[in-house]
Design a protein. Structure first.
Lengths: 432, 432
């Protein structure tokens, strides 16, 4: 369809939501995307632009005529402009900011002074504030007179004369109150401000935990600098999850199905390289017992079962631990209880599968001592797997690293090495 | 602290948010939780109750005095009551519903007629509606006169005389408009209704995709039956992610760090049991080549590397594919492009690590033919890993199953079997 008929294309896309149009643009392959943009560039507005994934946004920006881009940027809220320009180089950034009027530009530049992934980058500077002593009537008159208002707002933030936020009022409560009611009397019981330096992951957590809809952002001196709304917090929550799940699987955090082959390789090969190295370590363990294996080839047959069970049990524990850290339900208060409990689970798992594999090995290869060896190896390996699964992410977290990062590889290496070592080591003592 | 001093405990918890108090209750171990509840039961309100995790809510409910429970339930929104009672047995449910007045009870019972995990269960029936032809002034007067209003609301839903929603108006826009403006003229451009039968995962997706704050829910006849707000959608998004990540790791979907040892075992052992079976299948493949291994023990040493690389590469592709399905960025439109691309990535990964492992094997064991064998095995296995990683979740999705479910085990089994078979099979042909 994107092969020539401009009017037809516009008709088709007209009823669609900006987010869906952005998805279509993302899903096209690069050369068709270029054709599409050539036809459609004139129609791209701020909404579509802010929905497009970062990975391909630069390509889109390059193809947009400057005046379309300027119009698009002018209608965007300041948080979306920040999101758009933060990854651009100095020159492109200046070009886009030049399209804004002075106060908007100042707001964006202010936001950019906060660290990446902070609340300051996420907030929009468009806020509706009022002093506590205003009445509902005064507030409504003010809003009616005000020419410019944020596209969406759900609360009025009450501030003191020095712009410190002191509470907020839901619009619903304001509408239901009499005109002479003081705003101060309508304020919500619970009120939380967010530091502009807070990490965006913690912001998303706070929104989800406390059911916030919007929250005022304050600078170092507790002065109001902006507001974060829940839709942005929800998007962050989504991204953080994505990151966790991709890191756990050993894929670069920004991986997406729309990456090109070379990008994909660039993201995945480093992790596979790490895995080759750790796999070689496990192989070195095996090579210590070469002669034992030559004598009892059944060991080579059963060996992968020990490793695979350890890896699986380790991954189970690891995932639960990483999630618990992310949702802050694993804290210093309960860490020892959790570790003890996981060790217990590991031991009981080990006993269960020691019996299972002992019986299997006995029937298969007929040796009671081989059955005993694999049983013992199962117990040791599953217990270690459980401990590694919880202690490794905890350690990474303590060191300030993302607990999901490379945990999987560490745990797998641990269980492989321990598994092979106990299984083959015991075998070399018992069977020979 | 929870050892006797009731007044002290109340003082301590007084300034805390309900969600934090709920977290404290969750983190206590069962016997201390009982002590805590004995002291604190009188203070537990609807807000705390709806924040407590389902897993332990039943225990809490049992310990609450009936009048405290009745008070708590009465102050809850209908969606929270539904969430509370849906997992209870008939008798307990009746007991709780009896505390509600007739119209609230009818709303909850209505909600319960919709399937589990549907929008109908998630919505609250408390909605603010108005006919299109009302003016802002009439609306404000109506709200001021109305005794009962939802605790939080951000939009007024416009309905026609037969209660079909036809649009909605943001409170902010209403406040900024003149008293004589018609509500119909203030309505938002984009307006989406959600079917009460829609799956909650799809609801969360729609909120995130279209930046909705609240959305009207309609029944089969398109009549308004309730409203879903973004904080509930955000909680669902969080749960769905949690489920994905836990299923990918082979842990039951409701697993949590607060489970007891027996619960944990009950959730994890079935998956490990599946893994034992698939691991035995891989071992059977190895056992075909027992004599080859006895002759060339280097094969036993290198074997786990082939399997581990295949497993890792498969997991990488799998995770990206599962996420893409969850975010609807993998669709019938681009599926073949994605599969082709993954196959390409698999092949190039295979070539890269064929060279790496070929060189390693050559230096380690000195045989050029062994190097060739492991190289070939790498290429085949990584290509298969890539294909399995994308085709298995796609197949599960086509069959209507959750693509995250057990995909990991399938992919691992596939790569183990293929890896061992090509590596040992080639070795038996080339080396002997």
């Amino acid at each position: 369809i994107a092969m020539g008929d401009k009017a037809r294309l516009n008709d088709l896309l007209e009823p669609m939501h900006a987010a869906d149009i952005a998805d279509i643009i993302e899903r096209l392959d690069p050369s068709r995307r270029r054709d599409f943009l050539e036809l459609y560039a004139g129609e791209i507005d701020g909404e579509i632009l802010s929905e497009i994934d970062e990975a391909i946004r630069e390509q889109v920006l390059e193809q947009l005529p400057p005046e379309v881009l300027a119009d698009a940027v002018r209608e965007m809220d300041s948080d979306d402009v920040v999101d758009l320009v933060e990854d651009l180089d100095e020159e492109d950034r200046e070009g886009i900011l030049a399209a804004l009027d002075d106060s908007d530009r100042a707001a964006v530049q202010q936001s950019l002074t906060y660290p990446e992934y902070s609340a300051g980058r996420l907030m929009q500077s468009e806020v509706v504030t009022a002093p506590e002593h205003w009445t509902v009537g005064e507030m409504i008159d003010f809003l009616r007179a005000e020419e410019w208002l944020p596209e969406q707002f759900y609360h009025v933030i009450l501030v003191d004369p020095r712009r410190h936020p002191v509470g907020y009022v839901q619009l619903g409560r304001m509408l239901a109150a009499k005109r002479d009611a003081l705003l101060g009397t309508l304020r919500e019981d619970s009120f939380r401000t967010i530091s502009a330096y807070a990490e965006e992951g913690d912001v998303a957590y706070a929104f989800n935990q406390y059911h916030l809809i919007s929250a005022p952002v304050v600078d170092k001196d507790d002065r109001l600098v902006g507001v974060i709304t829940i839709d942005d917090a929800m998007a962050v929550l989504d991204e953080e999850h994505e990151e966790d799940i991709l890191l756990l699987a050993g894929v670069g955090e920004d991986s997406s199905i729309t990456d090109s082959v070379t990008e994909t390789l660039r993201r995945r090969i480093p992790w596979l390289m790490v895995n080759v190295c750790t796999a070689i370590v496990s192989s070195l363990v095996i090579s210590i017992f070469e002669t034992t294996i030559t004598d009892f080839v059944a060991l080579a047959v059963l060996m992968p079962i020990v490793a695979s069970m350890g890896g699986n049990a380790g991954t189970q524990t690891l995932t639960v631990a990483v999630r618990a850290l992310a949702t802050k339900s694993l804290t210093t208060g309960n860490v020892w209880r959790v570790v003890r409990r996981e060790a217990m689970v590991g031991l009981l798992n080990g006993l269960t599968f020691a019996v299972v594999m002992g019986v299997v090995a006995w029937f298969w290869f007929g040796g009671i001592s081989l059955a005993g060896v694999i049983g013992m190896a199962m117990i040791v390996n599953l217990a270690i797997a459980a401990l590694a699964g919880v202690l490794i992410p905890l350690t990474l977290d303590k060191l300030g690293a993302d607990p999901a990062l490379a945990s999987g590889t560490f745990v797998m290496t641990m269980t492989d090495v321990v598994g092979f070592f106990t299984f083959l080591g015991l075998a070399s003592m018992v069977l020979v």
